[in-house]
Design a protein around this ligand. Structure first.
Ligand SMILES: Nc1nc2c(ncn2[C@@H]2O[C@H](COP(=O)(O)OP(=O)(O)OP(=O)(O)O)[C@@H](O)[C@H]2O)c(=O)[nH]1
Ligand SMILES: [Mg+2]
Length: 267
């Protein structure tokens, strides 16, 4: 759904000093109010910030390890979706549950070449999502697929469609040489354990096949698919929130009408 939305980077503490200042002093006057919140979690170095850059800026660029968090605002149709990038470094771990508060969707990210990064999601990050909405949607994302999967080497962007050779990972003719440590089946098994942890019924929940993605922030492989699938999935959550915030107002108005009528009767 390219062209349907615009992106505003409201606060990004990852790249430059100027941006750190923007993170600490966002221009509240210019901020649009987000209708719904998404959070991206995962160990350091798995590529969370790179995924967001790829999606929002259409490029793969240098990053430095995220400090605290960064906040992106995306317009999706008539709605504003906030996407929170978080720091994977242990020292910022405590902030994770704050960022997850009220989240409609959480993207749990690992690196396909690093088994430990999947294990960390279960050991360290899953419990942070306890503060998310009760109907929170979970996506499991194995990033850096370009290092292991020839299909992910093809650039997603139209005219840039070309073979991208990851540094140190492959020869121009041969397959990628990094060993894939996490299979999609491992991610799907983890998804099932998340449902159990959340006491959700697998039969009535979103299926693992549609919630486990393999992506490359480097080439763009499956990156639009990931975010846009989630945006569409959280729309019901926005509508629910809207109806909840509307109904008390309607009731109060009705109440006033009733009171006025009664008063009119009595006088
Ligand atoms: N080959 C390849 N490298 C990637 C990909 N995504 C990220 N990287 C590299 O992995 C490193 C870490 O990327 P970041 O996006 O900063 O990782 P992060 O998860 O935000 O890390 P923290 O902010 O420390 O939590 C950088 O050197 C990126 O260039 C990818 O899809 N493929
Ligand atoms: Mg980062």
């Amino acid at each position: 759904m390219k062209g349907k939305f615009d992106i505003d980077v409201v606060a990004d503490s990852t790249i430059t000093k100027r941006r750190v200042q923007r993170a600490t002093m966002p221009d509240y006057a210019k901020m649009k109010k987000p209708d719904v919140k998404l959070v991206i979690l995962g160990d350091m170095n798995v590529g969370k910030t790179s995924l967001l850059h790829r999606y929002t800026e259409r490029k793969f660029k240098d990053t430095i390890s995220t400090v605290g968090g960064a906040f992106f605002l995306k317009q999706w149709g008539p709605y504003n979706i906030s996407i929170w990038d978080t720091a994977g470094r242990e020292q910022f771990h405590g902030l994770g549950s704050l960022y997850c508060r009220g989240a409609a969707a959480v993207i749990l990210t690992y690196d396909v070449t690093n088994w430990q990064s999947l294990a960390e999601l279960e050991d360290r990050f899953l419990s942070l999502t306890d503060t998310a909405n009760s109907d929170c949607i979970f996506a499991i994302v194995g990033n850096k697929a370009d290092l292991t999967d020839p299909r992910a080497l093809v650039e997603e962007e139209g005219e840039e469609e070309k073979e991208v050779v990851p540094q140190l990972s492959s020869s121009p003719t041969g397959p990628p040489k990094f060993r894939k440590q996490v299979l999609r089946e491992d991610a799907m098994a983890f998804y099932s354990r998340i449902l159990r942890y959340k006491l959700l019924d697998e039969a009535t929940s979103l299926p693992a096949e549609s919630m486990c993605f393999e992506t490359s922030a480097k080439t763009g492989y499956n990156v639009d698919l990931l975010f846009e699938t989630l945006f569409n999935m959280v729309l019901p959550s926005i509508l629910k929130k809207e109806s909840q915030s509307c109904s008390p107002t309607v009731d109060l108005e009705e109440c006033r009408e009733v009171k006025r009528t009664k008063a009119g009767c009595c006088t």
